[in-house]
Design a protein around this ligand. Structure first.
Ligand code: HEC
Length: 154
């Protein structure tokens, strides 16, 4: 099911990329914040929490593709163990160093071969990007077990 879903998503993204040169945005609606204003505000000034702030964003915008079923061998956001194993945490997310974290710096180029970022679905908002960047600066804590496990099916 997961593979089918990802293939469908990618096919839709590819078709749109081929058939309409200027309407890339059709598969990439302007991003809306996943979190409510209060959560964005608390993350902007205080400690960013994986479970309260980071997880809901990744679940809504990234984890449906980035898991070991959808993209075997590529970066996975499914849980802390897989994140470490696939380099998501450690290689792509360098704790303490958002500027070295390809997770953030390569977001656009990573998806350039499929002409979108993320290829379908909503883009990250500027608030979300700065929230994720602050999370990485603060050490990118990713809890093990259930607290750090994301829903990867929509
Ligand atoms: C519809 C599926 C899909 C969604 C949603 C998606 N990605 Fe991707 N992503 C891919 C695919 C497929 C690749 C591999 C692209 C390639 O190699 O050309 C990729 C590659 C990447 C890479 C580069 C990995 C590498 O090996 O160099 C990063 C970083 C990344 N994605 C981050 C994200 C983040 C963060 C989000 C959420 C905001 C996201 N992606 C959402 C499908 C997706």
């Amino acid at each position: 099911m997961q593979i089918m879903r990802t293939l469908l998503l990618l096919t839709a993204a590819a078709l749109t990329a081929c058939t309409s040169s200027e309407s890339e945005s059709e598969t990439r609606p302007t991003g809306r914040n996943v979190l409510d204003a209060a959560a964005i505000k608390s993350a902007a000034s205080g400690q960013v929490s994986f479970t309260d702030h980071v997880k809901p964003i990744l679940e809504a915008k990234c984890a449906m593709c980035h898991n070991q079923t959808g993209l075997p061998g590529r970066l996975s956001f499914a849980n802390q163990k897989e994140a470490v194993k696939t380099g998501t945490l450690g290689v792509f997310i360098v704790p303490g160093h958002p500027e070295k974290s390809r997770f953030l710096t390569h977001l656009k180029s990573a998806h350039s071969s499929i002409k979108a970022m993320p290829p379908v679905g909503e883009t990250l908002t500027s608030e979300e990007i700065s929230l994720l960047s602050r999370w990485i600066s603060q050490g990118a804590a990713w809890p093990a077990a259930k607290a750090g496990t994301l829903i990867t099916e929509g």
